[in-house]
Every structure is written in structure tokens, then in C-alpha cells.
Design a protein around this ligand. Structure first.
Ligand code: MIC
Ligand code: SF4
Length: 643
């Protein structure tokens, strides 16, 4: 059996380890950051003392914190802009678009690796890249030329057959995968799309699917780089970046599912999880108060042209608000030139700037108890900024049709014909909002506004680790629970003391006060703790509050790495029944952590309050154990650099 695409990409970048399994390290060609994680990533890069990035290309995007309700966001933008100029990084100015959409259009290169401080970085897997989301510190290390360490994933094939019908889109493909596999189904895996159906999907459609692989918990998703990829790059004026990367025939996969595109129907993820998927038909004609179209999942030109077609000559329902955020300046500019933007405006759509916007709660919070239909990728509880809102995730066709009718509408009932909506032969290429790094970096002063506070750093781990259980949580806790993000909190991503006042408050409003009063302690959780965003703040803020570690049934990949990188213990129950025995307030102690971590294998912990001991799995590689013992990745990197 031959090799699949994912294995080819990994092998061509392998620095250490073995693709048969275990920990591997890959060389990183490109990095991306956005502004809500970027400030911290550049502060960490600066703390490493490296004068200039050592990647082939690094790009800093401004797309998340664009609601400038005070000086804070603008100060962060200035810091990132000046740091980018000084350290050799391209700077995508606010207004230029959402990082993943712009990177796909202007920078992604088949065959290369990309590490981004955002969980949806896998979007560029659509181009045949190995694109992985990580915490800011991992990205900082990659900018400094260090490899990225990960557990060798299993490669799961998603075999596509048939062709999508008009009205059924790429979003329905990934919602179907989520329906079958759930938000835990991709953990430890790369999802590789293969089969004859792949050739029927354009690059933006592939990008929608790769993007939302993040919601499966997958390490990344990849598509082959084929004739469709070449045509897309050519239309972007970048044909020279094309290399063909196909799976061998036949290629070997660890597992496989098949999806018949021609049989898919319009789907929606119902509140409050991306895997709570049902057919639009089965959910029924519920009243829709708000429709939001955009985000890194569904904001391409093709998506927008379909939306404009549905809106043309109609008026948005009087009881429904429709907002549209095109994904990039290129998309918006082309919509304007084609007249499609005029159709949207005429129908009553409220056009937002090319940014994440409502996807991360930056404005457009729905009314109390409202139903909001969004083309986004996450509908976690409270993420829209309105806790009582019910958010449904759909494709753009369903969203636009529902905005017109005022109720959830199956686009198949609209008799749509998109046969004339095609990928353009040439996109409008105008990179005037991308600033190259300074030629004379020594002359650039990095500007730090008053909102930029030092970040907490851990100390080496030793002796006895003891503390109270501060909170016991259930399964699938998201980083939006641990460190909520909304228009009020996003401006403080470089101010950990301020953010700490909101840590875990969606679960327990008095958590921060208790953590401080007890002088820190332990967090207890069920399966898949820390799913969702790559935000390192979900580790930095607990660290600031004195949390020593998290004991869970299992962890989401990026969050587990963020805990280790910041010197917080991620330990798993050896017996899941032990989870039931722990209650808030119990005192848990681990004797001689250094010796226990060094010896490998299970760690023994004691519940001093209830008087029993129990085993914890430390599923960690030697490098991760060392990182924890030195108090996190920054200390570890400094020591290994000296070393
Ligand atoms: C998200 O979609 O949750 C974000 C905001 O893009 C995050 C990054 C962040 O928290 O800053 C992500 O997905 O990594
Ligand atoms: Fe931005 Fe939303 Fe995409 Fe995150 S998921 S990068 S907030 S558009």
C-alpha cells in the first residue's frame, strides 16, 4: 500500500521521531498569528531574545479585535504592527480580512507546513498544506526556527463520492462528518479527504471543510493538491506556488468513512455544540431572529455570490436582522465590482467589515432568547455574547434563505440554480493592505501601550504539589468556558490580571474569588477538557490564579499543549471511576512530583480529605516531562539554547 498525502507532508518535514507513532517534530515553513493571540505570541517571541524570525514566511493578521471601543485594541494593533516590522513579519492590516481566508488566498503553498496561533489554521489544508493550530508559545518557538512537536496522528480517510446538489454545500459535508464522529471524533487524527468527489469541490469549499475539522478535535485536515488547486493558485496570480501532491493509489489509511455528496441534505448544528447536527427539514420552520453570514468557515467569494443570488430582488424579513461580513478585502472588492454587493445592500443586509466580528462575540449579540442562524463554526454556550440565545450553525444557502423567510428554511425548497456561479479565472489581486517587514529593523521602535502587561511565568516544579479542588466540571468544557471571549474581554488579551477576574465564570461566577482565596489548587474535569480555541489564555489565566494542574478524563490537543507549555500539570484519571469520588474542596496532594514525573508511568495522588490514594496517567513524552519540570516551554527553550 502506498502513502497518503498527510504522511507525505509529514515525512518531508520530519525533524525527529517516526511516522509509525509516538512523538514527532516537524519543521515549520510558515507561521500566522492573529491579534487576539498574537500580542502574547510576540511578547513570548521577544522573551526568547531572537532578533528576526527564521521561517520562510510569517504573517501577523489583525482580524479579531477590530471593535475599538477603547484604546486597548488599537494599542495592541500598534504593538503587533511595530513588532512585525522589526522581527521580519508581514503585517495584514485591519480591514484586509480574516487570517485564514487571506492566508488561503495570498500565502498558502501546497507541500509546506503552517503553524498558526488560531485553532482554525487547518483551513489551509485545503491547498495540500500541513496546517496546524497551536498555542502562541509554540508559534513563537516556530518563528524562532524551532520545530513543532506533536503526537504522530492516525490518518483517517474521508472518502467523498458523488457531487453536491445546488443548495447543499461544503458546510453540510463537514456537519455530516461532525454528526457521525462528534466533537471528540477527530482527536489524535488527521482527516484526509480523498475519493472522486474531491475533484468536484473548489478550494474555498475544501477550505470550509478543512476549517471545521477543528471542531472534530482533529490535529488537522488535508486535501490533495490537484488540478483544482493549480487553477485556484493561477487565478490568484500564484501558479508558481503549485506542486501536485496526490495520495498513492492505493494509499493506506488507519480508518475510513465514506460520504456520498449527492445524497447530503442541508444540515444545521443545533445549540450548543457543533456536533448536535440534524437535517433542516427535521428541525422544522422555527422562527429566526438573526442571521449572520461570514467567519473563516463561510466567507469566500463563492459563498457570498450564492448569498447575493438568494437575496437579489427580495427584502430581509421584518422580524429578522441579517449581517454579512465578507472574509477578505479581495472578496468584498470583487462583490462590489460584480454588483452582488448592491443586491445584498438592496435586500437590507447590514454589511460588516472583513473580520471575525460576531463569530467571536465582537458585536451583533442576539436579543434575549433569540434564535440566531450563523454560518460560523462554533455555537458554544454564550459565545455570541447572549447567554440565552440559541445559535444554529448552517451553510450560507440556508442562512440567506432563512433571512428572507424569517424562519429556518431548507434551501432545497427554493429551487436554486447556481450553475452560472463559478470560480473566477482571475481574482482581483491587490496586496496593498499587507505591509512587508522593515528593511532596516534596528530603526523600528516596538510600541507598547499601557494595556500590555507582563505575562505570568511558572517556576520549576519540585517537591510536594498540594491544593484544594477548586471546581469539578463535566465533559467537553470549552476554552470559551475557561477564558470567555467577547467584546468586553477581547481587548484585554495582553492583560492577564484583568482577564483572571473572568476565568471559568460561565460555569461558576465566583470561581476567580475562590481560587484567589484558596491560593490556587486543582481543576477537575471530564472528557475532552479544553476543546475549541487555541487561546493560551485558558492556561495563563489559571496559572495566574495559582492553579497547579488539571485532572481530567481526557484533554483536547491544543489546550493540553498550552498547559504543559505553561508548566501546569495535565493529568488523566487512570480509573475513570475516580472522577466520581472527588468533590469541590477536597485536598489533593502529589508527593515528590519531580521523582514521579521523571520515572515515567502513572503518578500516585492522595485525596487527603477523603483518605484514599488514586492513580493518574501522565501521558507525556520525556520532552514534555522536562518542560513541566523546568516550569514551561520558555524556561525549557532558554535552558536548551544554553545547553
Ligand atoms: C476562536 O474562534 O475561538 C478564536 C477566537 O479564533 C480562537 C483564538 C482566540 O481565542 O483568540 C481560536 O480558534 O483559536
Ligand atoms: Fe475568527 Fe471565528 Fe474564525 Fe475564530 S472561528 S478565526 S473568531 S472567524
Amino acid at each position: 500500500m502506498g502513502k497518503n498525502v498527510a504522511k507525505k507532508l509529514i515525512e518531508s518535514h520530519l525533524v525527529s521521531g517516526d511516522t509509525g507513532g509516538g512523538e514527532i517534530a516537524v519543521r515549520i515553513d510558515q507561521t500566522l498569528t492573529q491579534d487576539s493571540t498574537g500580542t502574547m505570541a510576540y511578547l513570548q517571541f521577544e522573551a526568547m531574545g531572537i532578533p528576526r524570525v527564521r521561517t520562510k514566511l510569517s504573517v501577523a493578521y489583525i482580524d479579531h479585535n477590530t471593535l475599538q471601543a477603547g484604546y486597548e485594541n488599537a494599542d495592541d494593533h500598534k504593538y503587533i504592527q511595530t513588532a512585525a516590522a522589526r522581527y521580519g513579519i508581514y503585517f495584514s492590516r485591519p480591514g484586509n480580512g480574516i487570517c485564514h481566508q487571506v492566508h488561503l488566498e495570498r500565502f498558502g503553498v501546497p507541500g509546506m507546513t503552517l503553524l498558526g496561533s488560531d485553532s482554525h489554521t487547518p483551513t489551509c489544508g485545503a491547498l495540500g498544506m500541513l496546517a496546524i493550530g497551536a498555542g502562541g508559545l509554540d508559534v513563537a518557538v516556530a518563528m524562532g526556527g524551532g520545530p513543532y512537536y506533536l503526537n504522530m496522528p492516525k490518518i483517517a480517510a474521508v472518502r467523498l463520492i458523488g457531487r453536491l446538489r445546488d443548495g447543499v454545500g461544503a458546510k453540510d459535508v463537514i456537519l455530516e462528518v461532525l454528526r457521525r464522529l462528534t466533537v471528540k471524533g477527530g482527536i489524535g487524527k488527521i482527516m484526509e479527504y480523498t475519493g472522486e468527489g474531491v475533484a468536484t469541490l473548489s478550494i474555498p469549499e475544501r477550505a470550509t471543510i478543512a476549517n471545521m475539522g477543528a471542531e472534530l478535535g482533529a490535529t488537522t485536515s488535508v486535501f490533495p493538491s490537484d488540478g483544482v488547486t493549480r487553477a485556484f493558485l493561477k487565478a490568484q496570480g500564484r501558479e508558481k506556488d503549485f506542486t501536485e501532491i496526490l495520495p498513492d493509489t492505493p494509499a493506506e489509511y488507519d480508518e475510513e468513512i465514506t460520504i456520498d455528496l449527492s445524497r447530503l441534505e442541508p444540515l444545521a448544528a443545533q445549540p450548543h455544540s457543533p456536533d448536535n447536527v440534524a437535517r433542516i427539514k427535521d428541525i422544522g420552520k422555527i422562527k429566526v431572529d438573526q442571521v449572520a453570514i461570514g467567519s473563516c468557515t463561510n466567507s469566500s467569494l463563492l459563498d457570498m455570490l450564492k448569498v447575493a443570488r438568494i437575496l437579489k430582488g427580495k427584502t430581509v424579513h421584518p422580524d429578522t436582522s441579517l449581517v454579512i461580513a465578507p472574509g477578505s478585502k479581495q472578496v468584498l472588492n470583487m462583490l462590489a465590482m460584480s454588483g452582488a454587493l448592491a443586491d445584498m445592500v438592496a435586500a437590507g443586509a447590514r454589511i460588516l467589515e472583513c473580520a471575525c466580528g460576531p463569530c467571536i462575540g465582537m458585536g451583533q449579540s442576539p436579543a434575549t432568547g433569540a434564535v440566531s442562524v450563523r454560518t460560523f463554526n462554533r455555537n458554544f454556550y454564550g459565545r455570541s455574547g447572549t447567554e440565552s440565545a440559541k445559535v444554529y450553525l448552517t451553510g450560507p444557502e440556508t442562512a440567506a434563505a432563512s433571512a428572507i423567510n424569517g424562519y429556518l428554511t431548507d434551501p432545497l425548497d427554493m429551487g436554486l440554480d447556481f450553475s452560472d456561479i463559478m470560480m473566477p479565472e482571475r481574482f482581483l489581486v491587490n496586496d496593498n493592505m499587507i505591509t512587508p517587514p522593515a528593511k532596516d529593523p534596528d530603526k523600528v521602535e516596538v510600541v507598547r501601550g499601557p494595556n500590555i502587561k507582563p505575562f505570568p511565568q511558572n517556576k520549576p516544579l519540585s517537591g510536594r504539589v498540594e491544593g484544594e479542588v477548586l471546581l469539578v466540571m463535566g465533559d467537553n468544557i470549552t476554552t470559551d468556558h475557561i477564558m470567555p471571549s467577547n467584546s468586553k474581554l477581547l481587548p484585554y488579551r495582553s492583560n492577564i490580571p484583568y482577564l483572571s477576574e473572568y476565568c471559568l465564570t460561565p460555569i461558576d461566577p465566583v470561581f476567580p474569588g475562590r481560587a484567589k482565596e484558596k491560593g490556587g489548587g486543582w481543576l477537575i474535569a471530564g472528557e475532552n477538557y479544553g476543546q475549541g480555541s487555541s487561546r493560551e489564555h485558558a492556561a495563563l489565566v489559571p496559572l495566574y490564579l495559582g492553579v497547579k494542574g488539571v485532572i481530567a478524563k481526557s484533554f483536547a490537543r491544543i489546550h493540553m499543549a498550552n498547559l504543559i507549555n505553561n508548566g501546569l500539570l495535565p493529568l488523566a484519571f487512570a480509573e475513570s471511576a475516580d472522577y466520581q469520588r472527588i468533590t469541590q474542596g477536597d485536598v489533593i496532594a502529589i508527593a515528590d512530583i519531580q521523582a514521579q514525573l521523571k520515572k515515567g508511568g502513572n503518578i500516585t495522588a492522595e485525596n487527603l480529605t477523603k483518605g484514599y490514594s488514586f492513580n493518574l496517567k501522565a501521558d507525556l513524552y520525556p520532552r514534555q516531562r522536562e518542560t513541566l519540570l523546568t516550569g514551561g516551554l520558555l524556561n525549557y527553550t532558554r535552558i536548551s539554547q544554553k545547553g
